[in-house]
Design a protein around this ligand. Structure first.
Ligand code: IPM
Ligand code: MG
Length: 368
């Protein structure tokens, strides 16, 4: 019997729409060729929702998506909405989903695919076989800490302020995910903080050290974030699993993406605790809405397609679909097909939609 699964598709803004179209092709293919029946529910978020509903995410949309099994999101934002007050901006919609569904663990793998080894600005010997996983805390820290705001403090002076806050419980829960994940990989976990300056990350370090006692097989190390950013480009292969705070994870994952050649290749999963009847996972590319190339059929849809693959692995426990999509992508790259962001001499330049079609063609070669 077919198992039916319900997926929310939120294309968002800019290139989000184009890459979501390609992801839809893949979802349709899975629906037709496997025992899964996919029920797709499409909604708007970010700038488009601001234009239509005067808010980046309506309560109704939030309720609808929270009743599905998983969310697949493109990207949000664009210059058009940058002039709006903070709480009305497209990014707020995304942050609201993360916070409301309590998707506290953000997994961002950075893997160097063999065919793309020359796309990175780093020397091939530095990034060869790179396979790291950044686990970013996603629902606390400076992104959500109170108080926050911009206040007038005198006639010509204002004060902008945010609060970096972490509780023991928040650190413990992301820590347990990180240790468990590390124990299934190379058993090395590096926790990144700024414990020499920030008290909240001094607590972060203490809690990570304290829970490490439950995972004797995992070797825990600590690193300050400034050093870590340098080490990531100097010798990235020293890392396997990294666990870090919300903002440090945001910054380091962009940095790690460039090791792999393009931000257009990096998928992510944001996962929360499983509660019956409530969505606990959102999958999205690490890149943004790239307004400069939106609507030109140029964007790389692979980060979103790889995010979709992660969804089948983590939410639906379909490792076979996950590896099939990954293999299809490697094979396409092996054959020399590239979107503009990863294109170089002697490769075949393809558009967003052509890349999506190539993935389908590759999947067709070998049915699941
Ligand atoms: C990311 C993005 C978001 C973040 C933005 C769009 C709010 O940069 O997912 O890395 O800062 O978390
Ligand atoms: Mg970011």
């Amino acid at each position: 019997m077919n198992k039916s699964i319900k997926i929310s598709l939120l294309p968002g803004d800019g290139i989000g729409k184009e890459i979501a179209e390609e992801s839809k092709k893949i979802l349709n293919w899975i629906d037709k060729n496997t025992k899964l029946e996919i029920i797709l529910q499409e909604d708007i978020v970010g700038g488009e929702s601001i234009d239509k509903n005067n808010t980046p995410l309506t309560d109704k949309t939030l309720e609808k998506i929270s009743e599905t099994d998983a969310i697949l999101l493109g990207a949000v934002g664009g210059p058009k909405w940058e002039i709006l007050p903070f709480d009305k901006r497209p990014e707020r919609g995304l942050l609201k989903i993360r916070k409301d569904l309590d998707l506290f663990a953000n997994l961002r793998p950075a893997t160097v695919l063999k065919p793309l080894i020359n796309s990175s600005t780093l020397k091939p010997k530095v990034i060869k076989d790179l396979d790291i996983l950044i686990i970013r805390e996603l629902t606390s820290g400076i992104y959500f800490g109170e108080p926050r705001g911009v206040k007038k403090i005198s006639e010509n002076e204002k004060k902008g302020f945010n609060t970096l806050v972490y509780t023991t419980t928040e650190i413990e829960r992301i820590g347990h995910i990180a240790f468990k994940t590390a124990s299934t990989r190379s058993k090395k976990l590096c926790s990144i903080d700024k414990a020499n300056v920030l008290e909240s990350t001094e607590l972060w370090r203490d809690v990570m050290t304290s829970i490490s006692k439950n995972y004797p097989d995992v070797e825990l190390s600590h690193m300050y974030v400034d050093n870590a950013s340098m080490q990531l480009v100097r010798n990235p292969n020293q890392f396997d699993v990294i666990v870090t705070t919300n903002m440090f994870g945001d910054i380091l994952s962009d940095c790690a993406s460039m090791l792999t050649g393009s931000l257009g290749m990096l998928p992510s999963a944001s996962i929360g605790k499983k509660t019956e009847g409530r969505c606990n996972a959102m999958y999205e590319p690490v890149h943004g809405s790239a307004p400069d190339i939106a609507g030109k059929n140029q964007a790389n849809p692979l980060a979103m397609i790889l995010s979709l693959a992660m969804m089948f692995k983590y939410t639906f426990s379909k490792e076979d679909i996950y590896s099939k999509i990954n293999k299809a992508i490697i094979s396409i790259l092996d054959k020399g097909y590239r979107t503009k962001d990863i294109h170089s001499k002697n490769n075949k330049l393809v558009s967003t939609s052509e890349m999506g079609d190539l993935v389908i063609k590759e999947l067709e070669n070998e049915k699941i």
